[in-house]
Design a protein around this ligand. Sequence first.
Ligand SMILES: *[C@@H]1O[C@H](CO)[C@@H](O)[C@H](O)[C@H]1NC(C)=O
Ligand SMILES: *[C@@H]1O[C@H](CO)[C@@H](O)[C@H](O)[C@H]1NC(C)=O
Ligand SMILES: *[C@@H]1O[C@H](CO)[C@@H](O)[C@H](O)[C@H]1NC(C)=O
Ligand SMILES: *[C@@H]1O[C@H](CO)[C@@H](O)[C@H](O)[C@H]1NC(C)=O
Length: 609
Amino acid sequence: MRHHLCIAGAVFAAAAYAESHSPPPDPEPIEIIELPLPPVAASDQVGSCTPELNPHRTGCIPISSDLRGGNFLPDGNHVIASLNFTGSPPAPDPASIYHGLQFILVKADGSVFDNGDPWKCITCGMPDANKVAGFESAEYPQAFKDGKRALVGNYIIDCGSALLASPECTPEQTHIYPVVWSEGKIRELRIHPDNVHLGFNSFTQVNGKLGQFAYFGRMQFNGSHYEVIKVTRLFNPDNAVPLAVQDGRITLNPEAISVGELRGFSGSGREVTYIGYPFESSNMDACAVDLTTGKVRRITSHPEYVDPLDISPDDKWTVILDTRGSNRQMWLSGMRGIPPITDMITTSAISSTRNNGQRRFFQPFLLDHDGDRGSYFGQQLNGAGDGSPGAINDPNWNARADPKWSPDGTRITYYQALVTAPACGEQNPLPCPNSTAPGGRVDRLMLATLTNRKPLDIPPVTPASDDVPWGVPVGPNTPPPSEPQLPKIPQGNYTLDGKVGGFADVEVLMDDAGTSIRTIGVVYHDFSNDGINILRGTERVTVTLPSISKNLVDWYSDLTSTGGTKSTKKTSPEGFHLEIDTFTNIFYAEGSMVTTVDGEVYEQPANWT
Ligand SMILES: *[C@@H]1O[C@H](CO)[C@@H](O)[C@H](O)[C@H]1NC(C)=O
Ligand SMILES: *[C@@H]1O[C@H](CO)[C@@H](O)[C@H](O)[C@H]1NC(C)=O
Ligand SMILES: *[C@@H]1O[C@H](CO)[C@@H](O)[C@H](O)[C@H]1NC(C)=O
Ligand SMILES: *[C@@H]1O[C@H](CO)[C@@H](O)[C@H](O)[C@H]1NC(C)=O
């Protein structure tokens, strides 16, 4: 039995890892350019997109265009995106169609379309009759491999028999079809590489609480809608769970499947990627699970926060967006080898401290198949540059979901937003950066070329089965799960044995209603799961939820770890008290929590930052 998934090594000290893991790759050369976008209008006023700004009369965008970068068309020469246009003249001026939220293609090979623009708006000027429903959500644009369709938000944009990039793909030829599921509202859709199936997340009422679950299904076009059929919930309450109790003892199972939030699929489509229950306390990681076998693979282990990711077409590489390097979360997660016990109640609050509104801290990193291990934590894709305003590694430009591989595996596209108020300026102590981008815009679409790589020759993707053997098929009569997915154990005192040595005493207290865990206390006695880090001390956390999104956290830590590193995680004597809203992610705390790792001191962010 391999336990490589749960090995909690020291951050910067070599950790043991299973022999099956290959040596980490050497850094490779990466070239980064910015892809062109439409010009920025002088204002949002009608007509502010003047012929001087855009002589081709093909539209302008606002400074903040809500850009959502997507993947490549199958030809590898175009990147798709959605964004807002503004400032168009009134109808009947032909330029009036460049208005509001639209779907565009951007040339990724330096060439231009027939009209001389390096971009093409696909949806601008579509007849109303071709839009079955309002097209208002523009998340996660994903082109199909037929080159004729793209999923954008919960809609499929379809150019019929014409390739999206061809002159034949006209507004009249284009249709927008909604994707619907009869059992609920679907979110965060990701197309499976077989282009027939998809994955998505959905909220469900579970015992009066909001539970998020991930699903897998098949898309079926009925002439006016894409219906999602043959749906499987990727959570089966009867499966092994990451944390369970038996005879007064807590057992941790890092091989348990916990698809908290579905994030996509591997290049071959054999795995679904997700963010799930942590393997180490306060350390959110990216995982993949095989759709057929249910085998779980932990991709990241760095203490910092990750969530968007994309696996290469040959499954051999992953690009992640991660806060690593920013030290945003190290005060909370930098100490390695703490088992994920308090996480039964803290994952929402922990995930929310990763960013400050529009300051997201995410940068793209390249990881090989086996992911973080030992002292290997990948290569920052945009690590070159001098860090100055507007440089490719300017820390004020933060990446947003999702990064995407080119079909031939030699390039990656990602997009970034510049920090804007109120995440800077005004009452925020951080000054707002001035944009150096054209027109002062605060979005940019990027292209990374891995110059040493040869184009991949990828065999056609094997169509996925409708059946996910470890999931639960969902039909009209399937009852929702009786509990949300986060592990929950009854009130009581428990023992957790270290895999290698020592143990921990765990106390779990429920809220007054007896329905949710309110407090978790842990006392570590020379506890070690990995034989590297040896943990002593106490931790006690109480979480209350005054509203659906607000978390009040009272945290007391006095932990010491020896072995892999000399680390401490300590709160001030009066405790650390965090108030955070998971919808806005604005940090506010009284008291302090400090983590030290081999003399390196990591402190929490200042309030409001
Ligand atoms: C984008 O355009 C839509 C419709 O024109 C508007 O409602 C929305 O607020 C705009 N978004 C941004 C970020 O400006
Ligand atoms: C297609 O599916 C949608 C959504 O379920 C439904 O409203 C519509 O009537 C269906 N159309 C046909 C032709 O079956
Ligand atoms: C941005 O530009 C304004 C006006 O020129 C200037 O006052 C301000 O200091 C600049 N901000 C930064 C962070 O450089
Ligand atoms: C756990 O054990 C302690 C010490 O015996 C006791 O005071 C406490 O009430 C117990 N907690 C629970 C939840 O049973």
